[in-house]
Write a protein that binds this ligand. Structure first.
Ligand code: NAD
Ligand code: G6P
Ligand code: MN
Length: 440
């Protein structure tokens, strides 16, 4: 294999040190000669890169590393582009959550009004990145995109740049499978999940370990304890994540057909989530005081003392998955992953243009989808409502249509009435002036 060049977009992300560590952990099989960090926030990226440089110095000093805010330098001949941008950063995530909660609605970064709002911020910055990549990168490049809200980003980019070589991904099912492995006392690599849905809106229909279904054991466990397990994924241990893992319990007791993605709590338990939220201290605050602070404390400590603590970031499901996928895209029998892809009949009774999350095989040829078949009415109904909401947002952004965006808000299952939808949308427009396409 030719040694690769990887560009990390959102080089200043809290996940960058972990992603770099995961890349270098594969140096014997996945040859990477250069890693480039690209961000629009020069200072944040330089700060985070202090830790990244220490990781490289320790794990693979021969790997070249550069930081840049210049697109040509970032993408020239790049083979893999890992995107993890947060448009508006945590400040705007906090606004999404708090404005929604003020009106009694869910403001989660990817679900409810929070997700719709963040989607409208992220579509066009991602289009810009796709255009830079098309202009400068190796023609056989792959963009692996984590940037949220992945469901809306995937749908929008498919419409606006249908030929882009982008694969949209999510680490949540991977983290859930890690919990399944812990519950079943097996290796996550031996698990074969069967799954359908939209991103952050899907269900496991079966879970095999070495060819044998272990669904019933997982169902029994989830009925009693949700997805709580002895060793949760490193990313999901904070109090709000523990609550999220517990919230699987009421969902599975009510709807025991399939094991839900944790994010379904925002739709199936939306009122409970709002009632139990602290309107003054949301997940954005928890991340600012947790993941971000821990990393920046280490950066500041290094600036002051020259000492570095490698326990200030995690590799986790997030970094492991994106690097596994990149390596698999270089191999003939790359493997099977849950990916967000254009439906086109894979789920027989969902619209062709929906971006569904389903099992796929990967190789240098790209993605081969598996066929899911028909899904039952309850799941189809939920998914179609969410898909319609997200599609209205995407069309609203493209057409600069206030009405379409309002339809997207009003259609969302987390919203009670079009009055509530309009109140939230109007305040979101004010808060997002700097970021949103103009709506007329
Ligand atoms: P973060 O704020 O720490 O990092 C995001 C970085 O993106 C910042 O440095 C910011 O300056 C940069 N950025 C913003 N707009 C940019 C642009 N147009 N071009 C280049 N860089 C830009 O955020 P984080 O918590 O580390 O998360 C990063 C992203 O990854 C978020 O979108 C988050 O939701 C996503 N994420 C997705 C998954 C998934 O399962 N899909 C999992 C984890 C994180
Ligand atoms: C999960 C999801 C991601 C989300 C991430 C971090 O793994 O799949 O989409 O961004 O968690 O969320 P957090 O609230 O910790 O920033
Ligand atoms: Mn996700």
């Amino acid at each position: 294999m030719e040694p690769k060049i990887i560009t990390i977009v959102g080089g200043g992300s809290t996940y960058t040190p972990g992603v770099v560590k995961a890349i270098l952990s594969k140096k014997d099989t996945f040859h990477v000669k250069e890693i480039r960090a690209y961000d629009i926030d020069y200072q944040r990226q330089e700060d985070v890169s202090i830790i990244v440089r220490k990781v490289i110095e320790n794990d693979c000093p021969e790997c070249k590393f550069i930081t840049t805010t210049d697109p040509e330098t970032a993408f020239k001949d790049s083979d893999f582009i890992f995107a993890q941008i947060r448009v508006g950063k945590y400040k705007m995530r906090e606004m999404d959550e708090k404005i929604s909660l003020k009106y009694g609605a869910v403001g989660q970064e990817t679900c409810g009004c929070g997700g719709l709002t963040y989607g409208l911020r992220t579509i066009y910055p991602m289009v810009e990145i796709l255009d830079y990549v098309a202009k400068y990168a190796n023609p056989n490049h792959w963009i692996l995109n984590y940037s949220n809200p992945a469901a809306i980003v995937a749908l929008a980019l498919k419409k606006i740049r249908p030929n882009a070589r982008i694969i949209n991904i999510c680490d949540m099912p991977v983290a859930i499978v890690n919990s399944f492995a812990d519950i079943l006392n097996c290796n996550p690599k031996d698990i074969k999940p069967f799954y359908f849905g939209l991103n952050h809106f899907g269900w496991f229909t079966d879970v095999w370990v070495n060819g044998e279904s272990r669904f019933k054991e997982l169902l029994d466990h989830a009925m009693k304890s949700g997805y709580l397990c002895e060793t949760p994924d490193e990313q999901h241990w904070e109090p709000s994540w523990v609550e999220t893992y517990k919230n699987v319990k009421p969902m599975i007791n009510r709807f025991p057909d399939y094991l839900p993605n944790t994010y379904l709590e925002y739709y199936l338990l939306s009122q409970d989530i709002v009632d139990h939220s602290n309107k003054n201290y949301t997940r954005a605050n928890e991340v600012i005081d947790g993941r971000e602070k821990t990393l920046f404390d280490a950066i500041n400590q290094y600036k002051e003392t020259g000492k570095y603590d490698d326990k200030t970031f995690v590799v986790g499901a997030h970094a492991t998955f994106i690097v596994d996928l990149a390596e698999s895209l270089c191999k003939e029998n790359g493997g099977r992953y849950l990916l967000i892809v254009e439906n086109n009949g894979a789920v027989a009774n969902l619209p062709d243009d929906a971006m569904v999350e389903i099992p796929c095989y990967v190789s240098p040829k790209g993605i081969e989808k598996t066929s899911v078949g028909h899904i039952p009415t309850f799941y189809k109904g939920l998914i179609e409502q969410q898909y319609a909401s997200e599609k209205c947002i995407v069309e609203g952004a493209i057409e600069h249509s206030y009405t379409k965006v309002l339809q997207g808000f009003a259609l969302n299952k987390t919203i009670k009435s079009s009055t509530q939808a309009k109140e939230i949308l109007d305040e979101m427009i004010e808060a997002n002036k700097e970021y949103w396409p103009e709506l007329r």
